[in-house]
Write a protein that binds this ligand. Structure first.
Ligand SMILES: Cc1cc2nc3c(=O)[nH]c(=O)nc-3n(C[C@H](O)[C@H](O)[C@H](O)COP(=O)(O)O)c2cc1C
Length: 419
């Protein structure tokens, strides 16, 4: 029986263990987690979601405090058009986060950054241009464009000296999205170096409709993408993502022609993952019925999360003066509208209100109060030991990585019991 280690992901003349750890914002896929993947010969993602806040926490910078102070006068105004990102500061935060990660890199693997394009930041094009170019300038090995892929993003980096050297990839959930991307970018003469095909069982935002994600299957979409690329004579590595829970699952995609797999959920309960330990225990405890897909994300995309996520129903004042990552080009966010509606119903006060249909994703992700997760989170408890106090033993990223790399079939290697 084959195992993942019998395969290699090739970029040019270089070979990697075909395991990518997916980007998990906000700082859930920490540098430490990504660095472990690189050390072990695979590919790790950090995320640039809310990078100014991430920088403040890691490097004692004061980006968020300064922005809050600058726009404090606007906190009670629900028109957020004035709340703009300072592009120089944004680039500075990005360079710090990525530069420090790259400086710490050891081993034969790679570090990529996940850039969600749905972070429209009250100026979609300019903020994205800044993020992408600062990432390249800071020496990132590769950039994965995700969530809300807008088809002109390669062009935003085309003048960067590293545009053709760094690995650039995209996440799609259908062959159609890939076709459109390739068509729109044809004149740049710069195809993606890899395509991640993310199916309906993934964590985070889903590239499917709220009710129809159940009708799709990752194997089928991967096969369609492979067939399309073959027909076009394009040798772009295809990475399968979403619900790949065991080494055996991964092998089934590699044998079907995928060049690698992207995995995330298994790593949410590792010591290197950025979630607080209490939240990791929530992931372990979850049963299948506790995992839901809902529409509370202001991005408009369905999102998978634990049912007891504190972010659901919270009625907090929008935190755009401090964060504002989901403000669209006109300074609006659907959470602001939902919040205003409830305040009006409550006679103009936000005391005790609950907003059920949308959530203030920036604030809640920042505080690790939006517990997004993959469909198979309920199987995490089977990957470790339950301790006498009822809690579950955390894993190391190395253990999970090697389990994917070396286990066969549906086997999951348990860790050594901690004393
Ligand atoms: C906690 C969590 C957060 C995630 N956040 C992001 C994100 O910020 N951007 C993104 O493109 N994908 C995100 N994802 C999706 C993963 O990168 C990955 O593609 C997917 O979850 C793989 O499926 P699996 O979790 O079943 O292994 C997230 C997944 C999880 C579990």
């Amino acid at each position: 029986m084959k195992r993942v280690d019998d395969f290699r992901l090739r970029f040019g003349d270089k070979e990697y263990v075909p395991i990518m750890i997916g980007g998990m914002g906000v700082d859930i896929s920490t540098s430490e987690l990504a660095l472990e993947a690189a050390r072990l010969g695979g590919i790790g993602h950090i995320s640039d979601a809310m990078v100014e806040d991430v920088s403040d926490r890691k490097f004692d910078t004061t980006f968020v405090k300064d922005k809050t102070k600058l726009y404090k006068y606007n906190i009670f105004n629900m028109d957020k058009a004035v709340v703009q990102f300072d592009l120089e500061r944004l680039a500075d935060a990005q360079r710090r986060h990525i530069g420090a990660t790259m400086a710490a890199k050891k081993g034969p693997g790679l570090i990529f950054v996940n850039c969600m394009e749905k972070l429209t930041m009250n100026g979609p094009k300019e903020t994205l241009r800044t993020r992408l170019n600062a990432a390249l300038d800071a020496g990132i090995d590769g950039i994965t464009l995700s969530a809300g892929l807008h088809f002109g993003s390669f062009a935003l980096m085309a003048d960067n000296p590293r545009f053709r050297e760094a690995k650039l990839g995209i996440i799609v959930s259908s062959v159609r999205a890939l076709q459109i991307f390739l068509r729109k970018n044809a004149k740049l003469d710069r195809a993606p170096d890899y395509v991640i095909v993310e199916g309906p069982l993934a964590g985070g935002h889903l590239g499917f409709g709220m009710d129809d994600w159940k009708n799709y299957d990752l194997h089928t979409i991967v096969a369609e993408v492979l067939e399309y690329l073959k027909g076009e004579n394009l040798a772009i590595p295809v990475i399968a993502a979403g619900g790949v829970f065991t080494g055996g699952d991964a092998v089934s995609f590699l044998e079907a022609g995928a060049a690698g797999v992207q995995v995330a959920t298994r790593f949410t309960v590792t010591k290197e993952c950025g979630l607080p330990d209490k939240v990791k225990q929530e992931y372990y405890k979850a049963s299948e019925e506790d995992i839901i897909v809902n529409g509370v994300s202001p991005t408009g995309y369905p999102m998978r999360m634990l049912k007891n996520t504190p972010a659901i129903g919270a009625g907090i004042r929008p935190g755009c003066e401090s964060y504002g990552y989901l403000l669209d080009a006109t300074g609006n966010c659907s959470y602001i509208n939902a919040y205003n509606r409830e305040v009006n119903v409550n006679g103009g006060s936000d005391k005790g209100i609950s907003v059920m249909d949308k959530t203030c994703l920036c604030t809640h992700m920042r505080n690790f109060n939006c517990w997004t997760c993959g469909h198979y989170t309920y199987r995490l408890k089977d990957t470790t030991h339950k301790k006498e106090d009822g809690s579950y033993q955390l894993l190391t990223a190395e253990h999970v990585f090697k389990d994917y790399q070396f286990s066969t079939g549906n086997e999951v290697a348990l860790p050594e019991k901690e004393a």
